[in-house]
Design a binder for this molecule. Sequence first.
Ligand code: GTP
Ligand code: MG
Length: 297
Amino acid sequence: MRCGYVTIIGKPNTGKSTLLNTILRHKVSIVSPKPATTRIKVIGIYNSDEGQIIFIDTPGFEEGKNELGKFMLKSIYSSLEETDLILFLIESTGWKEEDEKILEVLKKTDNKKVILGINKIDILKYKEELLPLIDESRKKFNFLEIVPFSALKNKNLDSLIKAIFMHLPESENFYPTDMITNLPLEYHLAEIIREKVLQKTYQEVPHSVAVEIEEMKEGEKNKDILVIRANIIVERENLKSIIIGKNGEMIKNIGKLAREEMEILLGKKVYLELFVKVIEDWRNKIDVFRKFGYGNI
Ligand SMILES: Nc1nc2c(ncn2[C@@H]2O[C@H](COP(=O)(O)OP(=O)(O)OP(=O)(O)O)[C@@H](O)[C@H]2O)c(=O)[nH]1
Ligand SMILES: [Mg+2]
């Protein structure tokens, strides 16, 4: 049996969270077409006859522009030190400046066990285009393996899993085999709401939103219903009206989408109440964003 930690890193939008969800066949990490979607380290556990892979999905690697960004970067660095293997993702369209920057970081870390994943091969017109990219990548760094795949279309992920197991240490499982994530339910639910906000808003709004679960309890009359009260936090008053929308349409929509997904996740009815709260400049207030779970898990 083999078992170990694999940290997925890469610039924003390379498909790290999509990869995790497809491999686990469960949505544990939220996904969006907008860069900088993931904020917390999400652990996803993959089990097979060969053993157990504990994936850590990290926020897209970029310079910290505010205190929150700096914390996210720190949390990536700490997982790089602790992990057994690093899975570095780039896109099939080729190496970009931001990828090169991450490579420089990898060269400096002690952990040199890196698998390069080339994602989004489904967008390539001709598969032959991959060969020069693989050659080019081989020259850049001594990667243990280079594996092209499509996380979205579930193409060639079995080769990736095989490659990962080959380089993991012999060990018994660390977690029970029926456990998929160790993310506390509260964060998972908050992330579902945040994903719907990301889906529905544009430009600077998505990045300035946080979600906090204020209360979670059984229904008073009907114990089969879960009552969830959550706050959507924005950093300025004018963003509040964007989230609420005309006649409250926007927040109603966000609430409906989030509730439907929560009901599937929990297998029970959910009554979801959403509030919008302004906390000026929260991304620079460490105590505040730590309370939301960012930067400390
Ligand atoms: N065509 C194609 N799109 C993909 C693939 N994998 C992911 N995507 C898309 O890429 C976008 C970003 O995906 P995410 O999984 O959120 O990317 P991420 O790397 O986790 O992004 P951050 O959390 O912002 O760092 C989404 O629109 C995905 O649907 C793939 O294999 N092919
Ligand atoms: Mg992500």
